[in-house]
Design a binder for this molecule. Structure first.
Ligand code: GLP
Length: 241
C-alpha cells in the first residue's frame, strides 16, 4: 500500500480527483467504483471543477457505488442515490444509464445482492475504486466481523456506525440499521484502489489498516493484500502512524 500524507484535508480531494481524472483521460470507457460519506466530497468537488474547465468528459464512463441503506427510498434526502446525484452526477455529463447503485427494493433484499455483483462483472469489473473508511475500520459497509464477507450482501450496521451516521438524521431512531454493501471480495477485485481518510476520528482505524494484522476485525486491513492501493491521509488521520 502506498501512503501519501498531506497537510490539509482539502489537498486530498484534489490528489484523489487527479488520479481519477488520469484514469478517465487514459480510458474514457473506464468503470469507476464510487463511495459516499463526507470524506469524498472534496474529491467530487474537484472532479466537477475539472469538468467545468473542460478537462474531463464523463459521457462514456460507468460507475458502481459501494453501498446503500435498506429501507430508505432513492428520493430520501439521505439515500446514497440522492447523495451521488446531488454531489456529482447532476453536475457532470455522465449518462444516468451508466450509473449504478445497489437498490434493495425486493421483498427480500438478499435477492438484490447477487445481481449487483453480476452487473459489475458484466461491465468488465471495476478499474478504479474510491473508498473512505469508517471510524471502526469498515470499508463500504463491511463492518468488523469474524470473516471477510466476499460478495454484495445485507449487513446489520454496528452501533458505532449508527452513531457516526446519526449526524445526518433527525434522531438516532431514524438512522437505518441495515444496508446493502459490496463485499470485501467485490472491492478487492478492483484493478486499483484509492482510500482516503481525514480527521482525528479516523486515526485508530488508519493505524489498524496499515500496521495491524490483516484481520476482518479491521476490514480495511485487507487492502494490504491488494497490489495497487494508494491511501491519501491528512496529518490527523495519520497521527498514530
Ligand atoms: C459510511 C459509508 C462508507 C464511508 C463511511 C465514512 O459508512 N458506507 O463508505 O467510508 O461512511 O464516512 P465519512 O467519510 O463521512 O467519515
Amino acid at each position: 500500500m502506498k501512503v501519501q500524507v498531506y497537510d490539509e484535508a482539502s489537498q486530498i480531494g484534489k490528489a484523489a480527483a487527479m488520479l481519477i481524472a488520469a484514469k478517465i483521460i487514459t480510458n474514457p470507457r473506464c468503470v469507476l467504483g464510487l463511495a459516499t460519506g463526507s470524506t469524498p466530497l472534496p474529491t467530487y468537488a474537484s472532479l466537477v471543477e475539472f469538468y467545468d474547465k473542460g478537462i474531463l468528459d464523463f459521457s462514456t464512463i460507468r460507475t458502481f457505488n459501494l453501498d446503500e441503506y435498506v429501507g430508505v427510498s432513492r428520493s430520501h434526502e439521505q439515500s446514497y442515490y440522492r447523495f451521488m446525484f446531488d454531489n456529482l452526477f447532476s453536475k457532470i455529463n455522465i449518462n444516468p444509464d451508466n450509473v449504478q447503485l445497489p437498490n434493495p427494493i425486493s421483498a427480500n433484499p438478499e435477492d438484490d445482492c447477487e445481481p449487483y455483483d453480476a452487473a459489475i462483472e458484466a461491465a468488465g469489473g471495476i478499474d478504479l475504486q474510491l473508498l473512505g473508511i469508517g471510524n471502526n475500520g469498515h470499508i463500504a459497509f463491511n463492518e468488523p466481523c469474524g470473516v471477510f464477507p466476499f460478495g454484495t450482501h445485507i449487513v446489520d450496521l454496528t452501533e458505532s456506525t449508527v452513531e457516526a451516521n446519526k449526524r445526518f438524521f433527525d434522531s438516532i431512531e431514524d438512522v437505518p440499521k441495515k444496508a446493502i454493501t459490496m463485499g470485501v471480495g467485490s472491492i478487492m477485485k478492483a484493478r486499483e484502489i484509492i482510500i482516503i481518510a481525514t480527521g482525528k476520528a479516523k486515526a485508530e482505524a488508519v493505524w489498524s489498516m496499515i500496521n495491524g494484522e490483516v484481520n476482518p476485525v479491521c476490514p480495511a486491513s485487507v487492502l494490504r493484500l491488494h497490489a495497487k492501493v494508494t491511501a491519501f491521509l491528512d496529518r490527523e488521520a495519520a497521527s498514530l502512524l
